[in-house]
Design a protein around this ligand. Structure first.
Ligand code: 4AD
Ligand code: MG
Length: 499
């Protein structure tokens, strides 16, 4: 058997004999020839089987989508072929011939795809997202590793809440109730007093009882924590970090972004300086007449778009009714499915928009921004925006009270543009023992499980702080996805734990 070569390297083997291994992704057959599109996870290659190779030809005709194959043959460079070359097959072994792969090129609803997530992962769109996710993880670690940060693995089983008691998952720990970690922060705070600059990167859990396109119950967060850092240092670091992430994806994933139909112009705009505003300024934006006018114009535009799409849908449905069965009908069915989904989304958004605009206008200082306010705010800027000094009462107990205004804290949220909303939350930490104890008492927290944490303010306390970037929210934004469920291999959502 000739040497095994990964499809991504095939072009280096022009006119040579090679073996490739993979899965049948698509097939076209003429009378005397079969074209097998084979994918192996590194790319796809068209493999040509001629009718005169009778045994192989019959096997090729019988094999359905996702049959597993080992093929040998000669490589021919051909710019017209996907991937730039073809394999002229001289040997074909079918490891498993499949006839009834559930995910076809026909249209499938999202529920069906989620039930078949273990197979859905094989589609080109999903593999593109998974590759970008991998690059983001590598770039995130590289960023901190190259700047002298030490990775600290924080525990997943934890005795108490850090981000509010409302989103805790309880676990029975030998008769005692403990919780899945909402964050590694309290632990990296202690580690930064040992090592100066540290970060953790692991799964975190929130029992979010909200079914939104931004919330998972299990998500990955990267959390740097730095001794002697003040809020301005954190803003600078977060800005450099996010630019680094976007650059890594733009550099390595042009093809994947194109496959995802991601408009890269807004990503190319992501460069320092990011706008920095306070919560109070953000509230002024929500109240401004200018923003209101723009939102209303947008709503009008979307209403017209909705009408266009409804007409378009009727046209394609008619076309499909007349189309011959098979490939072209399947393609139209997919178009109809996509358009229906887009229509449903737009309809929903248009239906509630007038109300959202009114809510934004009536937003009261002191309330937390919901998804709708974040969407409005993040649409005002062409790059991520950093918002600081939120009201103390809507933020976590560990955030440092502003010396200038006791009602606000020295925190920062970063909202991604294009309506994506919060991707980073962080703050300078309360380093004053008395202030922290008072805040915990105000929040009616039991201090017993936090004595170790208070020790950090008893023994060599220093100003310090950090932030957490949600990996999946970042993947969603950079890939331009409509929903967070596609950003992680096996999403955990309220109402979904299978597969
Ligand atoms: O703002 P959060 O809750 O901040 C913290 O957990 C801090 N302890 C971080 C720190 O300062 N070390 O969460 C940080 C980020 C959010 O900005 C968001 O990107 C992501 O984590 N996130 C979620 N992602 C998906 N699903 C959820 N339910 C999320 N909740 C937060
Ligand atoms: Mg937050």
């Amino acid at each position: 058997m000739p040497d095994i070569v990964e499809i991504r390297h095939l072009r280096r083997h022009d006119k040579q004999e090679v073996t490739l291994r993979g899965w049948l992704y698509g097939k076209r057959t003429g009378g005397k020839i079969a074209f097998l599109l084979v994918r192996d996870g590194t790319g796809a290659c068209q493999c040509v089987v001629e009718a005169k190779q009778e045994k192989f030809f019959q096997a090729a005709l019988a094999a359905g989508q996702e049959s597993s194959l080992v093929l040998s043959g000669t490589i021919r460079l051909d710019e017209r072929a996907p991937g730039g070359c073809e394999l002229a097959v001289t040997d074909l072994r079918v490891l498993q011939s499949v006839e009834d792969y559930p995910i076809t090129r026909k249209a499938h609803g999202v529920d069906f795809l989620m039930e078949h997530r273990h197979l859905w992962l094989r589609s080109p769109r999903q593999t593109a997202i998974l590759r970008i996710r991998h690059t983001l993880i590598r770039a995130a670690r590289g960023f901190f590793d190259d700047r002298g940060f030490t990775l600290i693995d924080t525990p997943i089983l934890s005795p108490g809440a850090a981000e509010g008691s409302g989103t805790l998952f309880p676990v029975d720990y030998f008769g005692e109730t403990v919780f899945l970690a909402q964050t590694g922060q309290l632990y990296v705070e202690s580690a930064c007093m040992a090592l100066g600059k540290v970060y953790c990167f692991g799964p975190t859990f929130r029992a979010e009882k909200s079914k939104t396109r931004r919330h998972l119950t299990e998500f990955w967060m990267i959390e740097p924590e730095i001794a002697f850092a003040e809020i301005k240092d954190l803003q600078d670091l977060a800005e450099t970090f996010v630019c680094h992430l976007v650059q890594a994806v733009l550099r390595d994933h042009r093809n994947d972004l194109a496959l995802l139909e991601r408009d890269i112009a807004p990503l190319e705009t992501v460069a320092p300086p990011f706008p920095r505003i306070t919560y109070s300024q953000a509230v002024d934006i929500l109240h401004s007449k200018d923003v209101r006018r723009r939102l209303e114009e947008e709503l009008e535009r979307d209403r017209r778009q909705l009408q266009t799409w409804i007409t378009e849908l009727a046209r394609i449905e008619e076309q499909k009714a007349k189309a011959p069965r098979g490939w072209s009908q399947d393609k139209l069915a997919q178009q109809i499915q996509d358009l229906r989904e887009a229509l449903r989304d737009l309809e929903n958004s248009v239906a509630h928009r007038a109300e959202h605009i009114r809510h934004a206008q009536e937003f009261t200082w002191g309330d937390d921004f919901g998804g709708d306010e974040e969407t409005i705010l993040s649409r005002q800027f062409d790059r991520p925006v950093l918002i600081t000094e939120y009201p103390k009462k809507i933020k976590a107990f560990y955030m440092k009270q502003s010396p200038a205004n006791p009602d606000v804290v020295l925190n920062m949220d970063m909202l991604a543009p294009e309506g994506y909303g919060e991707i980073i939350g962080g703050s300078q930490r309360e380093d004053d023992l008395g202030a922290l104890e008072k805040r915990m008492a105000d929040e009616k927290m039991n201090p017993a499980p936090y004595q170790w944490y208070l020790d950090l303010r008893r023994y060599g306390g220093v100003p310090h702080g950090g932030f957490g970037l949600g990996l999946e929210r970042t993947v969603s934004w950079i890939c331009g996805l409509k929903h967070i469920r596609e950003t992680i291999p096996f999403p955990r959502l309220m109402g979904r734990i299978y597969p």
